[in-house]
Design a protein around this ligand. Structure first.
Ligand code: RIB
Length: 308
């Protein structure tokens, strides 16, 4: 995107190598499930979101990440570089590259346990220069003190801050006060607000000016500067929902950085996350710009025929 007038996106967050086993169902506490073959995929919420942002094509994308000096780092770096993500790497001598242990059920649901490893080494001072950056995209798989410091620095520099508050946890007001756009699922909204089962009340309880709640097969609901917007999901055959939320975040922020309005950005993000559910793995499942365009056009054509 160099040469375009668009501001770039900086993602600061986690990178993991995902160890994935498919099984009939995700084990309940205390249960052992016999799964099938093991596969590894590049993952981590920060890395997945950066890759989704770069594949969306609306803005140049850089990722601040931490990796160990080990064999797990190489496939992650390769996947990101091949997608066109520029990397600012903090190399950890003492900790291994982050790993995630993922069980994917036959219905496409997952359960994930993360061993943060090198991700835990990231610090506030690691954030690269913000010149030319329009959006900073953050998640919660890196130390909270670092996330807080990054958001504050961006706010002071006039850079818009998007926070995907995943994994779910309560957050200090100091962090939320620096956030322009918050993206959560229903569980994360409940963890942040203490309100479960009432989306409108949960949305109203947050002081962040723009909040989006992703609703899986029901699409998403947004409160944008006091106005509520809804975007339906795109129907697909679900194989694996891993990184569907990350794809949503990366594509949404890429679209906003590229000048799209919120309804268009929500539609693109929902289409891309639907496509991410049709393939196994995290970064391997993130669609290209062309694939998202194709789905949007097919949906438009179907709506036209249905409406004729
Ligand atoms: O959001 C999916 C991601 O969560 C996986 O790639 C895994 O690494 C964990 O970070």
């Amino acid at each position: 995107m160099s040469g375009s007038n668009h501001l770039s996106v900086l993602v600061a967050g986690s990178a993991n190598l995902d160890f994935v086993v498919r099984a009939s169902h995700v084990p309940a506490p205390g249960e052992t499930v016999l799964g099938r073959e093991l596969a590894t995929f590049p993952g981590g919420k920060g890395a997945n979101q950066a890759l989704a942002c770069a594949r969306a094509g609306g803005a140049a994308t850089r990722l601040l990440l931490a990796l160990g000096e080990d064999a797990y780092a190489e496939p992650i770096e390769r996947s990101l570089r091949e997608a066109g993500v520029e990397l600012s790497i903090r190399r950890s001598r003492d900790r291994a590259t982050g790993t995630a242990f993922v069980c994917v059920s036959d219905s496409g649901e997952n359960a994930i346990t993360v061993a943060p490893g090198a991700n835990a080494d990231l610090r506030g001072e690691d954030l690269p220069a913000l010149d030319g950056v329009g959006w900073l995209l953050l998640q919660l798989e890196t130390p909270l003190g670092a996330v807080d410091a990054w958001a504050r620095r961006a706010r002071e520099a006039g850079v818009s801050v998007a926070l995907n508050a995943a994994p779910a946890r309560a957050l200090p007001a100091s962090l939320l006060d620096c956030v322009d756009l918050l993206i959560v699922n229903e569980g994360e909204l409940a963890a942040l607000t203490g309100i479960a089962g009432d989306l409108d009340a949960g949305l109203a309880a947050l002081r962040v000016p723009r909040v989006i709640v992703t609703l899986g097969a029901r699409g998403c609901l947004a409160r944008i500067d006091g106005q509520h917007l809804r975007q339906d999901a795109f129907a697909v055959e679900v194989v694996d929902t891993t990184a569907a939320g990350d794809t949503f975040c990366g594509v949404l922020v890429a679209a906003l950085a590229g000048g799209a309005d919120i309804p268009d950005a929500l539609r693109r993000a929902c289409a891309a996350s639907a496509l991410a559910c049709t393939r196994l793995g995290a970064q391997t499942s993130v669609p290209t710009h062309a694939e998202v365009e194709q789905l949007l056009q097919t949906a438009d054509a179907a709506a036209f025929v249905g409406g004729a």
